[in-house]
Structure formats: structure tokens, C-alpha cells
Design a protein around this ligand. Structure first.
Ligand SMILES: Cc1cc2nc3c(=O)[nH]c(=O)nc-3n(C[C@H](O)[C@H](O)[C@H](O)COP(=O)(O)O)c2cc1C
Length: 209
């Protein structure tokens, strides 16, 4: 499937085929492919908890205001934005840049300083935006890549974040921008036509706001 077709055909589906196993290897392949997503300074401040176990999905459903898809999909990805992604990842990002010839060894400190000044302190709002915007790009890549694998998805932010953190032992400083249900459309279900989209002329201006 080409990218334009994936964009046109991706839908948030509500009815997943239940009891259908999505192999771990397939999920890893999907997450690896989506990992080509761009990120600020290549810092990739995301983590994912893959929930497949039926009992754990039941718990997730409870945290997700009883949305059936949180339990019925073959897997549900808890997308986690990590504000500490700057400190944790800057070292190996600069190592790789150096190795690949993007930067010289003497430039390392300048680049490390840029990440500190651009993305604020660990608990600042700007740092939270940094983590969430990059994780959202990764999430979108996952949903598009899933189409390429013949899978369907549904992003969700209808959940109690504290409940998910408690159930899945996710540290307090992390942010959960969304869950992504992944699986197959239940047989016999026909999707309604795609929902309304605004006309781009309403929100696009050239050269000035
Ligand atoms: C970040 C995000 C959170 C969402 N949360 C929910 C949700 O909790 N429950 C739900 O039924 N749909 C949720 N949706 C799905 C949207 O309603 C859906 O994307 C929108 O209606 C457009 O439909 P489409 O994705 O099929 O094009 C969410 C979508 C996004 C992007």
C-alpha cells in the first residue's frame, strides 16, 4: 500500500475482531518501521507499553472509561511521552552524529547545550510539549504503518491517566498522550462513511496568519 492510499484509508475503527492474536514479532516490526518518525534533535522521547494479555486489557478498558475497543483490539499500545528523553538520549544521539560525520567531536557540547536551552528544564511546560509532540508523531507513523501491514487502529485519549499509570506501573513524570488500539476490523462490520473534514481554505493561509 502506498502512503497516499494509507492516508486515505486509515480510519479509527470501533469494532475489532476479538480473540485474534497479533504476534509480538509483527508488533515489533510495526513499531520499528514507525520508529523512522522524525523527532526534535533525533531525541525520540517515547516509550510504549504493549498490552496484549486479556486480563491487562480488561484493566485498561476500565481506565479508558469502559471503551470496548481497549479490550477487544488484539493489542493496545500505551503511548508514553518521556520528558526525560533529552537527558537520557542526547549522549547516544551525539555519538551517532559524530560517528556518521554530522558533527565534529569539539561540537558536542554546543549541541548538548542547544538541547538544554531549547527544551527547558525537566519539569517545565516546554519540556512536556517537547515530549508529547514527538510522541504524537511516532503515534501517527504507527497508525499509517499499521495500514501497510493490513491492520486497523484507533487512537484514544478518553482515559484516566492516573489509573493507567497505577495499573501499568508507569512513573509519575511520564505523560500518556494516547492509547492506540491495533487489530483487525470485525467481520460483518461495514464502516460508516468517513466523518466530516474541514475545508482547508478555512484554516490555511499563505504567508501570514
Ligand atoms: C488523540 C486522539 C484521541 C482520540 N480519542 C478517542 C477516544 O478516546 N475514543 C474514541 O472513540 N475516539 C477517539 N479518537 C478518534 C477520533 O474521534 C477520530 O480520529 C475522528 O473522529 C476522525 O475519524 P477517523 O480517525 O476515522 O478519520 C481520538 C483521536 C485522536 C487523534
Amino acid at each position: 500500500m502506498d502512503v497516499l492510499q494509507a492516508l486515505k484509508e486509515r480510519r479509527s475503527i470501533n469494532f475489532f475482531e476479538t480473540g485474534k492474536e497479533l504476534p509480538d514479532e509483527k508488533i515489533s516490526e510495526l513499531l520499528e518501521l514507525a520508529n523512522f518518525a522524525p523527532s526534535s534533535f533525533d531525541l525520540q522521547p517515547w516509550r510504549v507499553v504493549v498490552v496484549k494479555d486479556p486480563e491487562r486489557k480488561k484493566a485498561l478498558r476500565k481506565c479508558a472509561f469502559d471503551q470496548p475497543k481497549a479490550e477487544e483490539a488484539s493489542a493496545v499500545l500505551i503511548m508514553i511521552a518521556d520528558p526525560k528523553g533529552v537527558e537520557e538520549n542526547v549522549g547516544w544521539v551525539l555519538d551517532s552524529w559524530q560517528e556518521l560525520g554530522y558533527i565534529k567531536p569539539e561540537d558536542r557540547e554546543t549541541y548538548a547545550g542547544m538541547t538544554r536551552s531549547l527544551y527547558g528544564t525537566e519539569d517545565s511546560l516546554i519540556r512536556k510539549f517537547f515530549a508529547v509532540k514527538n510522541t504524537a508523531l511516532y503515534a501517527m507513523n504507527i497508525m499509517l504503518a499499521a495500514k501497510g501491514f493490513g491492520l486497523e487502529t484507533h487512537p484514544m485519549d478518553g482515559f484516566d491517566e492516573a489509573c493507567i499509570k497505577k495499573e501499568f506501573h508507569i512513573p509519575e513524570d511520564k505523560i500518556i498522550p494516547m492509547l492506540i488500539a491495533v487489530g483487525w476490523l470485525r467481520s460483518g462490520i461495514t464502516l460508516l462513511p468517513r466523518a466530516f473534514r474541514r475545508n482547508v481554505n478555512e484554516f490555511v493561509k499563505f504567508n501570514t496568519f
